[in-house]
Ligand binder design. Structure first.
Ligand code: G6P
Length: 363
């Protein structure tokens, strides 16, 4: 096992550090860098859906929530994202022109597989975004897009989410081209950003880990954490909170920043810290005012932000800029590393957290 971990203390850490390669592998053969074009032959036989229903569980569900922002904005395809265990027992409305996209690292999650079967019974086309080749979901879907993340051993999913996000980005570009909704400027910005992302991430990961280590030590005694984000950063806040719960057993809640005032802010006190996603984008002024609301209740703040941003918080954590929602590829490893370092500092079993399974194949 030590050899398999490639010198890393845990599989989770190794898998976090593999993300630059995962991005490269997911793009390989799918982007023609000379012509700056995306090809997804897996989707060639399926028309652009009238409405897309993304169905998944856990971390894969968060990837789907993030993808909705890109698919709606760039391809103008309306997207409904749903937890598989809810979708399967709801009186769903599906139009034959709709498509269901199931996202699953393992391709074996019982609820997601059941959702796929229900969608097919309704006569709707199902595409699967899977990591494990030949898995049940991959076999039963009408079209399968493989995520090329490589085997993920750590129970807490990291690099698989990164790979799902790359593929969702490519799907949004692919359909955006077909619907004519995607502007040339956006397409060029996204592809240029993706091209340099593996190198950028590779360079920044060691320093990110150092910062995560310092913060983990400072905050490891916290009993509870809030994770706040807006727009495409809201699903990332949910994922940050999930990662912390899963491996460190610290209670954490992910919230849409603007929703804090409708209840959760009552919980804030000097011992209830907040991890805010405060990137330098158009929503920054809104996030900043949400941070100030927390500070007014003497809540401590870690803020993941970008260079040059004016923000007075206890722990600003600056990460490099990336164009638009592509910033998520730099936010995600920071969240993962903070959870990893916290759990490791607390002496938890990082790769095999209590009560959790890598793949939930029973209901
Ligand atoms: C389990 C794992 C999670 C994972 C979820 C969905 O709960 O512990 O890490 O996100 O299942 O798994 P899937 O394989 O369908 O993506």
């Amino acid at each position: 096992q030590a050899a398999q971990k490639g010198g890393y203390k845990h599989f989770m850490l190794k898998e976090i550090f593999e993300q630059p390669k995962v991005i490269t592998d997911c793009l390989a053969g799918r982007v023609d860098w000379n012509r700056m074009e995306v090809t997804l032959p897996e989707l060639a036989a399926l028309p652009v859906p009238k409405r897309l229903h993304i169905v998944a569980c856990g971390t894969s569900y968060h990837a789907g929530m993030w993808g909705k922002h890109l698919l709606e904005s760039w391809a103008r395809v309306p997207v409904n994202v749903e937890i598989a265990s809810e979708f399967r027992y709801r009186d769903i409305i599906l139009d034959p022109a709709d498509m269901v996209l199931v996202i699953s690292q393992s391709g074996e999650t019982a609820d997601t597989l059941a959702a796929l079967r229900i969608a097919r019974e309704h006569g709707v086309k199902v595409a699967g975004l899977c990591n494990v080749v030949g898995s049940s979901i991959a076999r039963e879907a009408d079209a399968v897009i493989y995520t090329q993340a490589g085997p993920e051993i750590s129970v807490a999913s990291t690099k698989a989410m990164c790979s799902q996000m790359v593929l969702l980005t490519l799907m949004a570009l692919h359909w955006g081209r077909n619907t004519g909704a995607l502007s040339e400027t956006v397409r060029a910005n996204v592809l240029q950003t993706l091209k340099k992302l593996p190198g950028q991430l590779e360079t920044v990961l060691p320093a990110m880990r150092d910062e995560a280590q310092v913060l983990a030590r400072t905050y490891s005694k916290a009993k509870s954490f809030f994770y706040l984000g807006r727009g495409h950063c809201f699903p990332l806040a949910l994922e940050g909170a999930l990662k912390l719960k899963e491996i460190s057993y610290i209670h954490a809640e992910g919230y849409a920043s603007g929703e804090m005032k409708h209840g959760p802010i009552a919980l804030i006190d000097p011992d209830f810290p907040t991890f805010a996603l405060a990137l330098n984008d158009e929503l920054f002024p809104k996030v900043k005012s949400n941070i100030e609301e927390v500070q007014a209740r003497r809540g401590k703040i870690i803020a993941l932000t970008n260079p040059g941003v004016e923000l007075k918080v206890d722990h600003p954590w600056s990460i490099p800029d990336a164009w638009g929602p592509m910033a998520a590829f730099l936010v995600l490893p920071a969240l993962q590393l903070f959870s990893y370092e916290t759990a490791d500092y607390l002496g938890k079993d990082v790769d095999q957290p209590r009560n959790l399974a890598k793949s939930v194949t029973v209901e």
